[in-house]
Design a protein around this ligand. Structure first.
Ligand SMILES: Cc1ncc(COP(=O)(O)O)c(C=O)c1O
Length: 223
């Protein structure tokens, strides 16, 4: 067995290295998860995480990795057979589109070159051509961890608005939230998806979503 000297330093795109202050907090003695101390801690976290998403509304946290939050975003807003428009920015947008297909959604992926972000004008073109409003959602990755490509979410929102299309906007911020400028409310995002171990620099194990409540009522039961 090999012995490592010094502190292990993980050099992959994620999990990112957890800061020592967080590791120290994790090393504190366990508290009763049904006691008042935990309840107040959890409520405080749920209240204060809103500012990270730059939203006034509630954020939902799940015991899952980012993949589980992807699934939560899809199954809580869409129904089997719904059309979804996605854009290929790299490995993670591809995986998300595969998951959507596996869940019974009809996925249209605009091909990309893995070197540039979402081309909002192509989203607009697709939506303008969709006269019957069959697309129920546009789902994109803000920061494609696999390629380092960042997409302009405001431009995607504008494209949806300019096309006067009712599709929901779902955004994966798993490696961008807390590391890059991201504004759920101001940018008019309907569902923001996040995980803990990349932009947030926490250990893996919790995923989160922020749903814009008014727009998320179409679901008729996916999965
Ligand atoms: C942009 C992006 N989306 C989705 C995922 C999947 O998240 P997880 O590995 O936590 O399931 C990752 C990381 O692996 C990611 O970087």
């Amino acid at each position: 067995m090999s012995r490592s000297s010094g502190r292990h330093f993980l050099q992959i795109p994620g999990p990112t290295n957890t800061p020592l202050s967080i590791l120290a907090a994790i090393a504190k003695p366990t508290i009763d998860h049904r006691g008042p101390e935990f309840a107040s801690l959890a409520l405080d976290v749920l209240k204060r995480i809103r500012s990270v998403f730059k939203t006034e509304g509630p954020v939902i946290i799940y015991p899952t990795s980012g993949t589980g939050a992807w699934e939560a975003a899809l199954v809580n807003t869409l129904s089997p057979g719904d059309r979804v428009l996605m854009f290929e920015t790299g490995w993670f947008s591809t995986l998300w589109s595969k998951m959507a297909t596996a869940l019974g959604l009809r996925v249209e992926v605009i091909p990309g070159d893995w070197r540039s972000g979402v081309r909002a004008e192509q989203i607009a073109e697709e939506l303008l051509a969709d006269r019957k409003h069959e697309y129920k959602a546009v789902a994109v990755v803000h920061n494609e961890t696999s390629t380092g490509v960042k997409s302009n979410i405001e431009a995607v929102r504008r494209a949806i608005n300019d096309a006067k299309h009712p599709a929901l906007l779902l955004v994966d911020t798993i490696s961008s939230l807390a590391s890059m400028d991201y504004r759920h409310d101001e940018w008019g995002v309907d569902v923001t998806v996040c995980g803990s171990q990349k932009g947030l620099m926490l250990p893996p194990g919790w995923g989160s979503t922020r749903f814009r409540q008014k727009r998320s009522k179409h679901r008729r039961g996916l999965a």
